[in-house]
Write a protein that binds this ligand. Sequence first.
Ligand SMILES: Nc1ncnc2c1ncn2[C@@H]1O[C@H](COP(=O)(O)OP(=O)(O)OP(=O)(O)O)[C@@H](O)[C@H]1O
Ligand SMILES: Nc1nc2c(c(=O)[nH]1)N[C@H]1C(S)=C(S)[C@@H](COP(=O)(O)O)O[C@H]1N2
Length: 177
Amino acid sequence: MNKIKIGVITASDRASRGIYEDISGVAIQDTMKEYLKNDFEIVYRCIADEQSLLEKTMKELCDSESCCLVVTTGGTGPALRDVTPEATENVCDKMMPGFGELMRQVSLQYVPTAILSRQSAGIRGKSLIINLPGKPKSIRECLDAVFPAVPYCIDLIEGPYIETNEEVIKAFRPKTK
Ligand SMILES: Nc1ncnc2c1ncn2[C@@H]1O[C@H](COP(=O)(O)OP(=O)(O)OP(=O)(O)O)[C@@H](O)[C@H]1O
Ligand SMILES: Nc1nc2c(c(=O)[nH]1)N[C@H]1C(S)=C(S)[C@@H](COP(=O)(O)O)O[C@H]1N2
């Protein structure tokens, strides 16, 4: 069986130019290592906040690399160059607004500016794309909230069966009988 692939896309003008280190992209990778029992491979890209480049990269990770999950960080706010949600919407067949709703609700416990994030999620083919904000500390805050629903979502789009380390994060799968 092929190894599961997880895509990580950092959308940051400055991290992509090497002005600062991409702490958030690394935090997503570290979180996946903690969460997942499956053997998996990360497909990582750190790119500028350019909508066409974001769309091209999302398509590449979903279609050519066959990532069952693609997690993005950055570019979800109101700034002129923040276009990650638009890119996500353009490449997705269907949007999954519940992810953004829950992440904003949980994030409000940490920062009042959580309402500034337009983060969302959506399905492209057999891939789930989830947007996270750019701030390094937001990665775990958001993923801990939504990840319990991710394995079942991937079941429903006919992706691989994802198993989690239950002492870290517990996947919820509704009983089918
Ligand atoms: N990938 C990242 N790694 C480390 N720190 C980050 C990253 N993304 C954002 N940050 C930090 O969070 C702050 C706010 O994030 P925000 O996404 O608004 O940055 P930004 O100024 O739009 O980034 P950029 O100019 O690189 O696109 C940044 O100033 C930076 O300190
Ligand atoms: N959990 C969490 N969510 C958060 C934040 C945070 O620090 N933690 N920062 C907020 C801020 S200040 C902004 S501007 C928006 C958008 O961030 P982005 O443009 O880096 O994606 O995310 C918000 N969501």
